[in-house]
Structure formats: structure tokens, C-alpha cells
Design a protein around this ligand. Structure first.
Ligand code: ADP
Ligand code: ADP
Ligand code: MG
Length: 672
């Protein structure tokens, strides 16, 4: 076994690898960018080496810096994690040349699977079924359009070098083809440095089912069963589970055999995942699954496999990379129970899952135990930056059967408290509790189909929530007043006797709380026993309670005990309840009038990024919803569209410009 390894990654996967290395007595070296100097993975590792600036191209994607860091610290092997350099054959080769072990497959195997088109050709030869389509070298737009016609719409255009759901466009008709092709090519070139694409028949009711494979350098190869990753948004996995609900044993065997055959066909060594797409328009059938791609690395969702097999896949990776044999043979592996993983992202499901950046003012995870596992790379107080993937954590649960596992997952999600960025936890709770999901009625269109159930318009703060906010603020004021009185040395000072919001001499107060731009007027009566009666637009409740030093409010509302997380940010109170977050700004009613927002028509950048295309000129007449500009941020394209019909009064940037968050991109004069 190695004495010391370097982890060429960051975030939760770097922490995940370090955890196993520590357990095995292997010393660890982290690498970090400017943005990660205080990151969790750096704190966890035995040593850490700075490798450059925050953008990945200036740090985590620089092979030389990483190899030098390994040499400098005497690491013998490099674990690449996922993403970044994990599927970069040149990097794997450079490691070998520097006398370092790359903890992953041989460079040739990475290359064989690196481009989706070539991989499909290879799999056809190995008699693994592939999705019907076109994966030739000729990339002329006319030929591609003809091929799309031949395959029959809808088709899916994929960047051959794509990953993470990027560089992909579904096309429903010939007239959309040219624009979609240009988009996929642009995304492929920007994110992966390759604008080549392939075409596939778009399956309308598919499930994403993948097989975990493992091979050693002694000719042994096994699979560790399947994972179902059908619940996706923007072609990216949201929930993953193992085993796949309703999987017939003969189909499991057929898929497992096909995956092992795929691995053997390319001389695979180490951990890999063969991704298949199953056409489930007639249910799960052993003759209706097709190879999509192979990920030649550890996968994000590997923990569900670990939970049902009782194995540590990172330990297997280290054993195999050190020249060892696979610890178990196929017939020694079996499935125990059911595991589900939910990816907790800093993103706003209400805004088409747009990543949300900011500081994690509050981050409280459920307690880990034999049923609940949390893999994370951030702590309370850390920031989600625009430089890297906005995943906050992976929450993994295990139980003896699927229904129990889902119940546990809901429970654990309810325990999560996150403030400072938008998150998908409420969305995940709705998903995990949805009847169709509980019944195992899955396909990749699930989220779109049940969008209305899963993404209800945000409910306005209830009277209980208003009361919790008012109570928290009042308790804070009382504490401050008591402190002040104690400091002034006069506990009998009139200050300490004063209650009430603005410390007037009435027994009541009025207070405006603002939530998402609507004002909520509340009246608060200060009752004799220290309790409050809070009148909101929908009625009133009596509230009392106490704040602990850790940001929790223990309250009794109309005789019902409640515990809520409370976070203060500037003038805002954030109230955190299971699956529900409300951010209320406290408005001083006597402060100056409203800012004039009407008529501004300014469109701003939702996050820092680069303008990739400007689609309109000044003076152009535009329709509501028309695309005006394309912004690339966090490796994805965001379309800025017209909020109303009108005229473009001003365009402030050009293609190629870098813009900060909030930058005024264009000005639209609405037409009435
Ligand atoms: P998985 O099935 O494990 O989710 P993905 O292909 O979605 O596999 O990608 C895994 C992770 O790696 C994701 O977090 C994704 O954002 C990241 N990733 C994928 N490709 C790249 C790349 N070329 N550069 C950096 N990160 C990438
Ligand atoms: P990536 O490298 O980004 O992971 P994949 O080829 O693995 O790309 O596809 C990602 C997802 O896109 C799949 O999990 C599936 O939901 C969807 N998808 C891929 N191919 C097809 C297809 N031919 N028909 C329908 N959906 C598809
Ligand atoms: Mg994939």
C-alpha cells in the first residue's frame, strides 16, 4: 500500500478520498487554489500545496502544478477524484512519466472511452447494444441535418467530449436543428475544447441505469450491480438509488455482463461506470437497454453502491492501484437493502435551477449514523463561489427496503438547515415524497412531468412564520437592552424596562416585513408575561420562547412547541423550518419612501460570467420571452430574455466581455 497520496481535486470528493486514506493509514496531500485556502479538504489533509488562482484553468486543471506538488511532498500516487483531470489521459500518462501512480485506469482505456462517438463505435464491435444514431467524423452541418432526418425527430445532439449534462441539446423538429447544433458545438468548445458532436435518437421514456464495474491488473473484473439515476434536471442527476426499482434479475444479469464485457474490451483497471439508457415504454426489459457512455473514474453517486454492498470503493481503488487483486469475486458480492442519494445544491429551483452563490451563513446537516451518511466539502461560514460546482453535499440514506429508505431521506432532508444561498432541499423533499416516485414510476422526464407538484409557487410566510420572526427579533432586542443596562451599571434605567419594537411607551407596535418584494404589515401586542400577540394578514397567534446561542429558537405558538433556525443577515431574519425557508426584511415604516423601480427595464447578470453572444442590436423590437443575450457562467449557458414586449434601448456589453454579478446588461423600453 502507498505511504502517501495526493488528491488532485477539491470539495466533497477530496474529503471523501481523504476519509478512507486516513482509515487505511495512508498520509494525504491536498492541493488548493486561492479560493480554497481555507477549504475543508485542505483542513482535513495532512499536508496541502497551493497550486494557483481560483479559476480551474489556473489551478485544478494544471497537470504540471499538481505533479510538482506530488514530487515536492513525496506522494507516491495521485487520486484524481471526478471531474477535473480524472478522465484526462495525458495527465494519467504524465503521472506515470513522473514515477507516480495514477489512481485510475490505464491512459489507453481513458482514451478509448473519452469521446462518446469513438466509445460507441468500440462498443458496437464488442456487441454491446448502443443507442441508434450517427457518430461519424463528418461534421458538416448539412450532413448532420440529413442524419437527424434519417434517425427521425426527436434527436439528441451531444458534444462528443461532453460531460455533466453539458453540451447537449434535444431537437424536436428540423427547423430547430441549426440553432441547437450551434449551441451544442459552442458549449462543447467552451467547456471541453472540442466542438465535435454526435446524434442519437431521443428516447421519450427512458431510464438511466448504470453499472458499477471494477477490474484489477491481474485480469479480474466484476460489477457491483446497478444504480438508477433517472431523476434528472437538465440531464444532470438529482437523485440516485441502488438497486433500481423493479429491476428484473435477468435484466440485472444482462446489464452486468454487458458492462463487464465493455470493461474487458478496453483492458480496464480500477473503478468505472458503464452508463446505459433503458427504453421503458414497455417496462424494464432485458432487450431494451443501450450503452450511452463509460465514465472512467469514481462516480459522484458511488456511495449508494457502497451502502448496499458494504464495500468501500475508494479502498478498492487504492488496493488495485497498488497492484493488489480485487478483494471479492462476483459470487461474493450481493445486494443488501436499499440506498438513495440526494444531491444538495446551492441553486434556485424556482429560477430553473440557476446556481446560487454566496456565504453559507448557516449549514446544519442531519446527524450521521448507520442509516444516514453526509459527504460534503463545505462547513458553515464557507462560501459557494462561481468558480466551482455548486454542490453543497450528498445526503445518502440506507434501509432494508426502498419505502423505509425514502422515509428516512425525507426525515434527514427536513433536518437540514441552510441559509445564505438558495438550495434545492424543499424541492428534494417534494420529490422524495411524491407518490409517483414512491411507487417507483420513474423515467428521466419525471421532474418535467411533475413540475407543478414539485415546484409549487413559493408560499407566503404564514402567521406562524411571521410570529417566529417577530419573536426572534424581540428576544434579540430584549437581550441587547439587558446587556446595555448591565453595562451602564444601572439595572433600573428606564431602558431596561422598555419593551416594544421601537421602544416607545405603547404596549404594541406595528412592523412591516418584506418577503420577495411584498410588504406584510404585522401588529405586535406585548403581553404582560413577556409573550407576544402577533397579528398578520391572516389572523393572530400568541408566541413566546427563547433563543439559544446557536441560532435556534424554541417557541410556543398558540400552545404548540416549535423549533426553528434563525439567521440574521443585515436587516433580514431568515426563518428555517423543515423544508421551508423564509427570508423577511424588517422595514422601518418611518424610513424614506420606496426606490423607484418602475420603468427601469434593466436586465442584470444573475451571476458573474462571460457574455458569449449578443442576439439583438440597439433599437431592435423584441417580443416577450425573446432571447437577447447568452451568458456563460459556472460552465453553463444562461439565456437572458426579454421580460416584456418592447424596444432594446441599450446594449452595454459585447461578446467576450466578462461581467460581474448584477451588471446591467441591457435596457429594454417596454411597449404598452
Ligand atoms: P456523474 O454521473 O458522476 O454525475 P457527470 O458526467 O455528471 O458524472 O460529472 C461528474 C462531475 O464532474 C460533475 O460534478 C460535473 O460537474 C463534473 N465534470 C464533468 N465533466 C467535467 C469537466 N470536463 N471538467 C470539470 N468538471 C467536470
Ligand atoms: P453526460 O456525459 O453529460 O453524462 P450522457 O450521454 O451520459 O452525458 O447523458 C446524460 C443524460 O442525458 C442521460 O442520463 C439521459 O437522461 C439523457 N440522455 C442521454 N442520451 C439520451 C437519449 N438518447 N435519449 C434520451 N435521453 C438521453
Ligand atoms: Mg453520463
Amino acid at each position: 500500500m502507498f505511504r502517501k497520496i495526493l488528491i488532485a481535486n477539491r470539495g466533497e470528493i477530496a474529503c471523501r478520498v481523504i476519509r478512507t486514506a486516513k482509515r487505511m493509514g495512508v498520509a494525504t496531500v491536498a492541493v488548493y487554489s486561492d479560493a480554497d485556502a481555507h477549504a475543508r479538504h485542505v483542513a482535513m489533509a495532512d499536508e496541502a500545496v497551493h497550486i494557483g488562482a481560483a479559476p480551474v484553468r489556473e489551478s485544478y486543471l494544471l497537470p504540471d502544478r499538481i505533479i510538482n506538488a506530488a514530487k515536492l511532498t513525496g506522494a507516491q500516487a495521485i487520486h484524481p477524484g471526478y471531474g477535473f483531470l480524472s478522465e484526462n489521459a495525458a495527465f494519467a500518462r504524465a503521472c506515470a512519466e513522473a514515477g507516480l501512480v495514477f489512481i485510475g485506469p490505464p491512459p489507453k482505456a481513458i482514451e478509448a472511452m473519452g469521446l462518446k462517438g469513438a466509445a460507441k463505435a468500440l462498443m458496437e464491435k464488442a456487441r454491446v447494444p448502443v443507442v441508434p444514431g450517427y457518430h461519424g467524423d463528418d461534421q458538416s452541418p448539412d450532413l448532420l441535418a440529413r442524419e437527424a432526418e434519417r434517425i427521425g425527430y426527436p434527436v439528441l445532439i451531444k458534444a462528443v467530449a461532453g460531460g455533466g449534462g453539458k453540451g447537449m441539446r434535444r431537437v424536436d423538429s428540423a427547423k430547430e436543428f441549426a440553432a441547437a447544433l450551434a449551441g451544442a458545438q459552442r458549449e462543447g468548445a467552451n467547456a471541453f475544447g472540442d466542438d465535435k458532436v454526435l446524434l442519437e435518437k431521443y428516447l421519450v421514456k427512458p431510464r438511466h441505469i448504470e453499472i458499477q464495474v471494477f477490474a484489477d491488473s491481474h485480469g479480474n473484473a466484476v460489477h457491483l450491480f446497478e444504480r438508477d439515476c433517472s431523476v434528472q434536471r437538465r440531464h444532470q442527476k438529482v437523485l440516485e438509488e441502488a438497486p433500481a426499482p423493479g429491476m428484473p434479475p435477468e435484466m440485472r444479469k444482462a446489464m452486468g455482463d454487458a458492462a463487464v464485457a465493455a470493461a474487458k474490451a478496453i483492458g480496464y483497471v480500477g473503478a468505472g461506470t458503464v452508463e446505459f439508457i433503458a427504453d421503458v415504454s414497455d417496462g424494464l426489459r432485458p432487450d431494451r437497454f443501450y450503452f450511452m457512455e463509460m465514465n472512467t473514474r469514481l462516480q459522484v453517486e458511488h456511495p449508494v453502491t457502497e451502502m448496499i454492498t458494504g464495500q468501500d470503493l475508494v479502498a478498492w481503488q487504492l488496493d488495485v492501484a497498488a497492484g493488489g487483486k480485487l478483494p471479492l469475486a462476483q459470487d461474493q458480492l450481493s445486494i443488501d437493502g436499499h440506498a438513495v442519494e440526494a444531491r444538495i445544491y446551492a441553486e434556485d429551483p424556482q429560477k430553473n435551477f440557476l446556481p446560487s452563490v454566496g456565504r453559507l451563513h448557516r449549514l446544519r446537516a442531519p446527524v450521521e449514523n448507520a442509516h444516514v451518511r453526509v459527504d460534503t466539502g463545505v462547513r458553515e461560514g464557507d462560501s459557494v463561489t462561481p468558480y466551482y460546482d455548486p454542490m453543497i453535499a450528498k445526503l445518502i440514506v440506507w434501509d432494508t427496503d426502498r419505502r423505509s429508505a425514502l422515509r428516512r431521506l425525507r426525515q434527514a432532508l427536513a433536518e437540514y438547515q441552510i441559509a445564505g444561498v438558495a438550495t434545492n432541499t424543499a424541492f428534494l423533499m417534494a420529490l422524495v415524497g411524491h407518490k409517483a416516485f414512491v411507487d417507483g414510476d420513474l423515467d428521466t422526464g419525471f421532474i418535467e412531468r411533475f413540475r407543478a407538484d414539485l415546484l409549487p409557487p413559493p408560499a407566503p410566510a404564514s402567521t406562524v412564520v411571521l410570529a417566529l420572526a417577530a419573536l426572534a427579533v424581540t428576544l434579540e432586542r430584549r437581550e441587547a437592552v439587558t446587556r446595555q443596562a448591565a453595562q451602564s451599571g444601572d439595572p433600573w434605567s428606564p431602558w431596561s424596562a422598555v419593551d416594544g419594537w421601537r421602544m416607545n411607551d405603547q404596549g404594541w407596535d406595528e412592523l412591516v416585513m418584506k418577503e420577495r418584494d411584498s410588504d406584510i404589515l404585522c401588529r405586535i401586542d406585548y403581553l404582560a408575561d413577556g409573550a407576544l400577540r402577533v397579528h398578520g394578514p391572516e389572523g393572530h397567534v400568541t408566541a413566546q420562547g427563547s433563543l439559544d446561542g446557536d441560532g435556534s429558537l424554541d417557541a410556543v405558538i398558540d400552545g404548540r412547541r416549535l423549533r426553528a433556525g434563525i439567521v440574521r443577515q443585515d436587516d433580514d431574519v431568515i426563518v428555517l423550518l423543515p423544508g421551508e425557508t423564509h427570508r423577511l426584511s424588517i422595514v422601518d415604516p418611518r424610513a424614506a419612501g420606496d426606490l423607484d423601480e418602475a420603468g427601469s427595464g434593466q436586465l442584470t447578470a444573475p451571476m458573474p460570467g462571460k457574455i458569449v453572444q449578443v442576439l439583438v442590436d440597439e433599437g431592435a423590437k423584441v417580443e416577450k420571452g425573446q432571447a437577447l443575450m447568452i451568458l456563460e457562467a459556472m460552465k453553463m449557458e444562461h439565456t437572458i430574455s426579454a421580460p416584456a414586449r418592447g424596444v432594446v434601448a441599450k446594449v452595454n456589453f459585447r461578446a467576450g466581455d466578462q461581467v460581474p454579478e448584477g451588471a446591467a446588461l441591457l435596457q429594454i423600453e417596454a411597449e404598452d
